[in-house]
Design a protein around this ligand. Structure first.
Ligand code: FE2
Ligand code: FE2
Length: 278
């Protein structure tokens, strides 16, 4: 079974509603157009689709930051743009939001996120769940929604106690089969060196996830948020150890990930794919 993972496409469109001038969307929009946009290559999206097509994935997962300020315009554009990716895997597509998708408390933005979440996940869950579990014969996914609207200087996440209880129940239950257990969360729990992220960028209340990786209760955590790809293995022994993989930003670094699982849980490999910039 092959899973493709990408993240942080950060579309960035000017919000139509003037209300964006009144909250941190103004800062986020300026930040995107003055700084991030110049480093982005949106052509990576077409190239990624072609590359993924050739890889014949069974699942495609996206770990958030579809836009820059979580506006209805960005979600509308992102959902349309990701349609061919969803088609490629016949709807076996999963999405967890990032901090730029849950940017402000504005009602229209929050409604648009709910619609996008529902649609991108193929209507599998209600639009306002804080976590979701998908248990298939050959793979198990736990989707952790850690992003919440925050003040302008923060880009951190927080896992609720309710979410962590559900995560513990899932990850510590006896395994039903050799199906890999994969956690999807926008925020990494460790940097490439195994250190916690800085407080203003980290995922708070995530110790249970670090422990689940250390104890091999889960096999893999897929995340984004950091725009350069990296891997972190708590046991650091071999390629089959539990692992946290950050895909980087598809539109900034042109990277995505492919994970391959065989019939046996230990039969696992992964690879970063780097798209060519021209
Ligand atoms: Fe991001
Ligand atoms: Fe992020």
């Amino acid at each position: 079974m092959r899973i493709i993972h990408f993240s942080d496409i950060h579309l960035g469109l000017l919000p139509h509603s003037a209300s964006f001038l009144l909250d941190k969307r103004l800062f986020g929009t300026l930040n995107h157009w003055l700084l991030r946009r110049r480093k982005q290559n949106l052509e990576y999206l077409d190239r990624a689709l072609a590359a993924m097509q050739a890889l014949k994935p069974d699942w495609i997962v996206c770990t958030g930051d579809l836009g820059s300020v979580g506006s209805p315009e960005e979600f509308h554009h992102a959902v349309a743009l990701l349609q061919p990716f969803r088609k490629l895997v016949d709807g076996r597509f999963l999405f967890v939001p990032g901090n730029h998708d849950v940017y402000v408390r504005n009602k229209a933005c929050q409604q648009a996120l709910k619609r996008a979440f529902h649609e991108l996940n193929g209507g599998r869950w209600a639009a306002d769940v804080s976590y979701a579990l998908l248990q298939q014969e050959d793979v198990e996914f736990f989707l952790a929604m850690a992003a919440h609207p925050l003040p302008i200087w923060m880009s951190s996440g927080r896992l609720t106690h309710e979410l962590m209880d559900a995560f513990r129940d899932w990850s510590q239950a006896p395994r039903r089969s050799t199906a890999p257990r994969i956690l999807l969360c926008h925020f990494p729990v460790r940097t490439r060196n195994g250190a916690p992220l800085a407080a203003r960028r980290r995922c708070h209340n995530a110790n249970g996830i670090v422990k689940a990786l250390e104890h091999h209760d889960i096999d893999c955590m897929l995340c984004g948020h950091i725009h350069r790809p990296f891997a972190w293995m708590p046991q650091n022994t071999n390629e089959k150890s539990p692992i946290q993989l950050c895909a980087g930003s598809l539109t900034l670094t042109g990277t995505f990930l492919a994970l391959d699982y065989g019939n046996d849980k230990s039969d696992f490999s992964w690879k970063f794919h780097h798209l060519s910039p021209s």
